[in-house]
Design a protein around this ligand. Structure first.
Ligand code: NIG
Ligand code: FE
Length: 408
């Protein structure tokens, strides 16, 4: 007996992202979905596809399809905003100066502590809508604006609720070591004790942590403080990732590779000698062109060396109120190509298969392949490079999550 599919999308051009060159293009295809998964891909619209039995069919009218996009680094849950600091920077203050003067991350901490859970959820859900409108089907969300147990828990519960009540999947990252909270001023090591001995175990026990992150930087935490966070994560069986080498080269990436981090993120100041370690550890290099742009950075990440060593490169919004108030992953594709000189194919890999690798979910999402989850996007474009080429406008036509149309 032949299979009756739940959904067949035919007359479609696929950028499967399942090959390492040329987008893994399959022209004039049909994608057959059963039980939320891609069951069969038919490469030529031959007679066979005329006989396909399906509950529902979509004629894509020659549109392009990509895997659902993945935003693998965001701080989507927070209170308030920092437009005032943006104005201060325009008058000459630097991001680091503002942070040292008690603004920066700590000012968002104050606002996030004062905002109740429902209001945090509503604000983040609205932000998430912008991402979904552009084809995002999986998003990573970090805590890190609470810096006390109750508020970190509140943030991670909101992230968890977003995964439950929105149509996309959420990967929850505990970023307790994001900044030193005001009540621990000059006592960063004591705060790291709190992160390791109380916050991380309690939040892990509640099932709120998929991965542990830290901000390893002059205005964040040292390599040895980060190491304590990673040791604790390891002892709990939790994977790690790291904000590293954003404003200076402290060597955080080297440490992260020793812990086989899922990703190291930012990397403008990454030392080229450390790049083979990323390759060896299977660690993804996540580049954040929105933060580079918004902070007027001039030091470029070592793209050519990452390429040479075949380190997978992911691209993300880093959506946050201070360094990247960005709600467009498509704009990040444009900036990854114009500012970082990635090819449009590399940029698209960065928000599909390589972003999936950065969240350790590439076995189920990130490319269009038989057996993978049916997270798919139809685009009104004439070639995949158009996704990087445009600045503004939104060519997203249909978004499908686990075989269900969530946006059309
Ligand atoms: O990824 N670098 C540290 N964390 C964020 C910025 C957070 C903020 O400024 O609020 C980032 O850029
Ligand atoms: Fe970040």
């Amino acid at each position: 007996m032949s299979t009756v599919f739940d959904l067949v999308i035919h007359n479609v051009n696929l950028a499967t992202m399942a090959e390492n060159d040329n987008y893994g293009i399959i022209n004039n295809a049909a994608v057959c979905i059963k039980d939320g998964q891609i069951d069969t891909i038919i490469s030529e619209m031959d007679k066979q596809s005329g006989n396909l039995e399906t509950e529902q069919a979509i004629d894509a009218e020659g549109r392009w399809m990509t895997p659902g996009l993945i935003d693998c680094h965001t701080h989507l849950v927070y209170g308030g905003n920092r437009a005032n600091e943006f104005e201060m920077r325009l008058e000459g203050a630097s991001y680091e100066e503002i942070a040292k003067a008690g603004g920066g991350i700590v000012s968002t901490v104050k606002a996030t502590r004062e905002t109740d859970k429902q209001a945090l959820f509503d604000a983040a859900a609205k932000r998430l809508t912008y991402l979904i409108d552009e084809g995002v089907t999986t998003v990573e969300i970090k805590s890190g604006y609470g810096l006390d147990l109750d508020t970190e828990q509140k943030m991670l519960e909101v992230a968890s609720d977003l995964g439950q009540y929105s149509p996309v999947e959420v990967s929850k990252t505990f970023l307790g070591a994001h900044a030193v909270p005001p009540e621990y001023k000059e006592k960063a090591d004591d705060y790291i004790d709190l992160v390791c001995e109380q916050m991380m175990p309690a939040l892990h026990q509640k099932g709120l942590i998929d991965c542990v992150d830290a901000f390893c930087e002059g205005i964040g935490f040292s390599v040895s403080q980060t190491q304590r966070v990673f040791e604790k994560a390891k002892s709990l069986g939790l994977p790690v990732k790291l904000h590293a080498e954003q404003l200076s080269d402290l060597g955080g990436s080297r440490l992260a590779c020793e812990f086989e981090a899922w990703s190291v993120d930012h990397l403008e100041f990454l030392n080229e000698q450390d790049i083979p370690k990323l390759k060896h550890a299977g660690t993804v290099a996540t580049l954040l062109p929105g933060a580079f742009y918004f902070l007027n950075e001039t030091q470029l990440p070592p793209i050519e060396a990452l390429r040479k060593h075949q380190v997978p490169i992911a691209i993300a919004t880093d959506s946050n109120p201070g360094s990247s108030p960005c709600l467009s992953l498509l704009l990040m594709l444009n900036m990854a190509t114009t500012l970082f000189k990635l090819t449009p194919f590399e940029a698209l890999q960065g928000v599909t298969i390589n972003a999936a690798k950065a969240l350790n979910i590439s076995h189920k999402v990130g490319s269009i392949a038989e057996g993978k989850q049916a997270d798919l996007v139809l685009w009104d474009i004439n070639s995949p490079a158009e996704l990087s080429y445009r600045i503004g406008g939104n060519p997203c036509h249909t978004v499908i999550k686990k075989g269900e149309v969530i946006l059309a």
